[in-house]
Design a protein around this ligand. Structure first.
Ligand SMILES: [Zn+2]
Length: 141
């Protein structure tokens, strides 16, 4: 799918992710990532990856956007745009964190020039994911 075939709202979300990547703090990996998470009412929360000298303390762009949204009271999401220089997908930890709130989330993977590489649901990226329903007393298989 090329940039020319994406709708305006999708490209707006991608552009927000591209802008967010400019704030990435990545002195160790030099791998900036930008994310833009859209709520069902249209609010967009952006995030970048923030690295740390103690490497495991690093947080990804997607989770940065997610915790910003949740900390502001938003918990319903319909789309996420992610940009990296390599067209990479969200990591497993981010897939899990996002799945908690939006198993059907649209995940849009794009390049820094706005080209959309993938547009697919989170539940395809995290098949048979573990979510809140698994902890319900009446959960059944
Ligand atoms: Zn991640």
């Amino acid at each position: 799918m090329s940039e020319n075939h994406t709708d305006h709202a999708t490209q707006q979300l991608v552009q927000a992710a591209i802008k967010a990547a400019q704030n990435a703090y990545v002195p160790y990996s030099n791998f900036p990532v930008g994310a833009a998470l859209r709520t069902t009412d249209g609010t967009v929360y952006t995030g970048c990856n923030v690295e740390n000298a103690a490497y495991p303390a690093t947080i990804c762009a997607e989770r940065t956007a997610l915790v910003k949204a949740v900390s502001e009271g938003d918990r319903t999401f319909d789309a996420l745009a992610v940009t990296t220089n390599s067209g990479g997908f969200p990591c497993g930890i981010c897939r899990q964190m996002l799945y908690e709130f939006a198993p059907d989330l649209r995940v849009i993977v794009a390049m820094p020039d706005g080209q959309v590489l993938y547009d697919l649901p989170l539940n395809e990226l995290l098949a048979h994911g573990f979510g809140p329903k698994e902890l319900a007393p009446d959960a059944s298989r």
